[in-house]
Design a protein around this ligand. Structure first.
Ligand SMILES: [Zn+2]
Length: 376
């Protein structure tokens, strides 16, 4: 089989400039890519035909921010937090200890289990960070495991300063031997720029070292309070600044002017019972937004992009269409990818069929398993 006509699509979301959403549509896939898009009645002949019975078809979700290489969970911490105790960045250390103690096979099995759960909910592109090893050996093996699952791997040795280490000495390690061991397995360099983690100067040092080693930058910024993360991201030309929960006007202007994508991760605010970022303010300022899960065992243990879309619509002032754009095309921009996150001609054929007539149902029916990747 060389060509497949997918037809009787009730609503097709392509994000093509001309016709971003087509009703009563069809689409042709050849050799893993979209080669034709248009009205059902104009669908060309193909070697095979798949009738989706009026369902909506959307691009697969691009989850541009996850921390899937870890062992253990932190259900007890979540339970305590839901009983009134605040989240502190130091909780990461619990996962670091469990991750160091796990074998490569255990870590890889955990990644595979989460990826299968993500795919079953419509995610077809995933970024995975290290950051629970914090030694040369454990960061490098974390990235080697992540690289088996995705090209979009991120070295996050600068996640938190390990216990018993001075920050200056640790930054030296991250930008020295650790970077050298990790760079072959990574596309991205990231830093947790936050009070209690890494300050502006340290973040800049880490990112610049990564860039010098051939990696591209992304930043954890302004999650727990106001801070310099956004400005650092703009200065170094990062692809994305993720979290963006506490922004002042200068931060919003810096994102808009620099083109740094703002990654919003509403699973975190949900799971830590914190105020959500103001997506409306960012959209109105012209900032590009990506929605992602931040899937990790501490602050956001969800791998569901539809859940994040529902939160973005209900809690962050996004329309259902804006939230879907940010979960697909926005995620692709965050990863500097133009082959995924859309279904215009030339895109990778990452089609997701919804058990629903329109994308609105993703937010309208939260928690219902509607999204399934189409096997072509
Ligand atoms: Zn994160």
């Amino acid at each position: 089989m060389t060509s497949l006509l997918v037809t009787n699509i009730g609503e097709l979301v392509t994000w093509d400039d001309e016709r971003p959403v087509i009703r009563d549509a069809a689409l042709v896939v050849e050799h893993g890519h979209v080669t034709w898009v248009g009205d059902r009645t104009a669908g060309p002949d193909a070697d095979a035909v798949r009738d989706v019975g009026g369902a909506a078809v959307i691009p697969g979700f691009v989850d541009s921010h996850t921390h899937l290489v870890f062992a253990g969970d932190r259900a007890a911490e979540f339970e305590a937090r839901m009983s009134g105790r605040p989240y502190e960045a130091g909780g990461i250390r619990t996962t670091v200890a469990a991750t160091r103690a796990a074998t490569d096979e255990q870590l890889a099995a955990n990644v595979a289990r989460h990826l299968a759960q993500m795919r079953a909910q419509g995610t077809t592109t995933v970024e995975i960070k290290s950051g629970y090893g914090l030694t040369v050996r454990d960061e490098a093996r974390s990235l080697a495991i992540a690289r088996q699952a995705t090209e979009e791997t991120t070295f996050l040795g600068a996640h938190v300063v390990p216990e018993g280490t001075e920050v200056v000495a640790y930054v030296d390690l991250v930008t020295g031997a650790m970077l050298e061991a990790c760079a072959p397995y990574a596309r991205w360099i990231d830093v947790f720029c936050e009070e209690g983690a890494f300050g502006a100067d340290e973040a800049r040092t880490v990112l610049e070292a990564g860039i010098a080693a051939g990696l591209q930058a992304r930043v954890h910024a302004n999650q727990l309070g106001p801070g310099p993360g956004i400005q650092v991201a703009a200065e170094v030309g990062a692809a994305a600044a993720d979290h963006c929960t506490f922004l002042d006007d200068a931060d919003v202007a810096a994102l808009a002017d620099s083109g740094v994508v703002a990654g919003l991760l509403p699973g975190v605010e949900f799971s830590t019972r914190s105020p959500y970022p103001d997506a409306r303010r960012l959209i109105d300022a012209g900032v590009t937004i990506a929605l992602a899960t931040d899937c990790n065992p501490g602050s956001s243990y969800t791998s569901s992009m539809p859940f994040c879309i529902a939160l973005a619509v209900r809690e962050m002032g996004m329309t259902p269409l804006e939230a879907l754009w940010s979960a697909t095309r926005g995620g692709a921009f965050s990863l500097r990818r133009d082959d995924v996150g859309h279904l215009a001609v030339g895109a990778r054929a990452d089609l997701v069929v919804l058990d629903a007539p329109s994308h609105v149902h993703l937010a309208y029916r939260p928690g219902v398993p509607l999204a399934t990747p189409l096997t072509t």
